[in-house]
Design a protein around this ligand. Structure first.
Ligand SMILES: *Cc1c(COP(=O)(O)O)cnc(C)c1O
Length: 429
C-alpha cells in the first residue's frame, strides 16, 4: 500500500492529504461495490450464454465489403444483442453513427405524418430536441407533420400519471422514455419504474409503441427495458455496450416489426437488414460486448467513489454513494464555474490520451451556454471512457461518467480532487 501511495505522490503529484482522504472513502464504499459486482457477474454470464447459444465462431469475425450481403457476423451479432436484451430482434450497425442517429432512425422509421410522440418523463436529451423539432431544425419530425407532447416528472422525480393519461389520444403513436438523466438534475429511472410506466401506458392504449432511450443504462442492472415491455430499446456502441472497444455504432433492439421499420429507414424500403457491410469491425463489436459488463462495473465504481468524496466535501451529488444505480452517470453540483473548470482539467490530466491538453469552456452548436468537456479517449468522443462534461451555467453541475477500469476511474477522480485542492477550492477535513 505504501508503494502505491508513494507512487501516487511522486508520479502523479497527489498531496498525501488527498491520497488518504480518497483511500478512506474507498474503504467505506466496499459494501456498495459488492452490489455492482453481483450485477456484473450476472451480466457477464448472460452475454457468455448468448454467445454460446448462437455458436459464435471465428468465421463471424471476417470482413464484408460492398453491399454486405450474407454478413454472417453481423447477423449473429444482432441475434446475440436480441438475446442479451431479451428482445425479438436487433439492428446493430456501424452505419448507426451515434446514439442520436439510432434514436432518429427508430423514430422516423416508425412514425408517419399525423402521428404524435409523447415524452412522459420530461424534456429529452439535448440533441433530440432538434430531431423532434422542439428546437426548430431542418428535417425534424415536426417538418414531416409529426407532433410532440411532453409531460414533466413531478417534483420528486416520479411520474405524473394523471397528466400522462390525459395526454394519450388517438394520434399518440409512440412514447419515448429516457432512462438516464442526460444533463438534467433528476434521478435516473430504474428498469422496474420504466416497466410500471409502460404497463400504465399500454393499459390506456395497447398499440402505442414504447421506446426507451437506454443510453448509459446498459448492464447497470440485471434486466433491460426490453424485458419489462419496451417495444424498442436504443443506445450507442461508444457508450456501455461497446465495452470501450467498439470504434463506432449504435443499436436498436425490440419487437421484430418495429426493428424492421427502423432497418428500412436506415437502408431503404425493400432492403431492410439485408445490406450493410461491416468492413472488419465485427470482432471488436463482439469482444466489446463481452467486456461491457466489466467496463460498466469500473464506471459505476468510479461514480460511487466520486459521489462519496464530494458528499464528504459538502457538495450535492446525484445519485448519492449509497443509492441504487441505474446508469453510469454521476452528477455533482460544484456551485462555482471555477470549480467545474478545475474538476474537468483534473480529469483530463488523468487520461491515457491527450493528458497534456487543458480543456476550457467553449460555445457549442445547440447549447445556450459555454460547455467544458474533459476526455482523453482512445475512441473519439467515447463516453464509456472516463470523461466529464459541464454546461457553464448555475448551479454548475458537472457530469462524470465512464472509466475502462475501476482503477483508471479512481486515479481520474483523485486528479480532479487534486486540481481543485491545488487552487484552494476544497479543504480536506
Ligand atoms: C449520449 C446520449 C444520447 C445520444 O448520444 P450521442 O451518441 O452522443 O448522439 C441520447 N440520450 C442520452 C440519454 C444520452 O446520454
Amino acid at each position: 500500500m505504501n508503494r502505491l501511495k508513494d507512487y501516487l505522490k511522486e508520479q502523479f503529484q497527489l498531496d498525501p492529504k488527498i491520497i488518504d482522504f480518497c483511500f478512506q472513502s474507498e474503504k467505506k464504499i466496499q459494501a456498495f461495490f459488492s452490489t455492482i459486482d453481483q450485477t456484473t457477474e450476472y451480466n457477464q454470464l448472460k452475454i457468455l450464454k448468448a454467445m454460446q447459444y448462437h455458436s459464435l465462431s471465428e468465421s463471424h469475425f471476417s470482413a464484408t465489403t460492398g453491399y454486405g450481403y450474407n454478413d454472417l457476423g453481423r447477423d449473429t451479432l444482432e441475434d446475440i444483442y436480441a438475446h442479451v436484451f431479451g428482445a425479438e430482434s436487433g439492428l446493430v450497425r456501424p452505419q448507426l453513427m451515434s446514439g442520436t442517429h439510432a434514436l432518429t432512425v427508430a423514430l422516423f422509421g416508425n412514425l408517419r405524418p399525423g402521428d404524435e410522440v409523447l415524452s412522459p418523463v420530461g424534456k429529452p436529451y439535448d440533441t433530440l430536441e432538434g430531431v423532434i423539432g422542439i428546437r426548430p431544425m431542418p428535417g425534424s419530425l415536426k417538418e414531416y407533420g409529426i407532433t410532440y407532447r411532453q409531460v414533466d416528472l413531478l417534483q420528486d422525480g416520479t411520474f405524473d400519471y394523471d397528466q400522462i393519461k390525459s395526454s394519450i389520444h388517438e394520434k399518440t403513436k409512440l412514447v419515448t422514455i429516457q432512462r438516464s438523466k442526460g444533463y438534467d438534475w433528476r434521478p435516473t429511472l430504474s428498469v422496474q419504474q420504466i416497466g410500471e410506466l409502460i404497463t400504465f401506458i399500454k393499459n390506456i392504449k395497447p398499440d402505442v409503441i414504447c421506446m426507451v432511450d437506454n443510453c448509459y443504462g446498459e448492464f447497470v442492472e440485471t434486466i433491460e427495458p426490453s424485458e419489462v415491455g419496451a417495444d424498442l430499446v436504443v443506445g450507442s456502441l461508444i457508450k456501455n455496450p461497446g465495452g470501450g472497444l467498439a470504434p463506432t455504432g449504435g443499436y436498436i433492439v425490440g419487437k421484430e416489426k418495429y426493428v424492421e421499420q427502423a432497418a428500412i429507414r436506415l437502408s431503404a424500403p425493400g432492403l431492410g437488414k439485408e445490406v450493410g457491410a461491416t468492413l472488419g469491425i465485427n470482432q471488436l463489436l463482439f469482444q466489446g460486448l463481452f467486456l461491457a459488463p466489466q467496463v460498466v462495473n469500473g464506471s459505476v465504481k468510479g461514480a460511487i467513489f466520486a459521489a462519496h468524496l464530494f458528499e464528504r466535501l459538502g457538495f450535492k451529488v446525484m445519485p448519492s454513494a449509497q443509492d441504487s444505480r441505474h446508469d453510469i452517470i454521476q452528477a455533482i453540483q460544484l456551485r462555482e464555474p471555477e470549480n467545474v473548470i478545475s474538476f474537468c482539467q483534473g480529469i483530463q490530466k488523468g487520461a491515457p490520451v491527450d493528458s497534456f491538453v487543458t480543456p476550457i469552456p467553449a460555445d457549442m452548436p445547440g447549447y445556450g451556454y459555454p460547455v467544458i468537456m474533459a476526455a482523453g479517449a482512445f475512441v473519439q468522443g467515447s463516453s464509456i471512457e472516463l470523461s466529464a462534461d459541464a454546461p457553464i451555467t448555475p448551479p454548475y453541475n458537472v457530469f462524470l461518467q465512464g472509466g475502462l477500469s475501476w482503477h483508471h476511474a479512481k486515479i481520474g477522480v483523485m486528479m480532479a480532487l487534486q486540481s481543485m485542492y491545488h487552487k484552494g477550492q476544497i479543504q480536506i477535513p
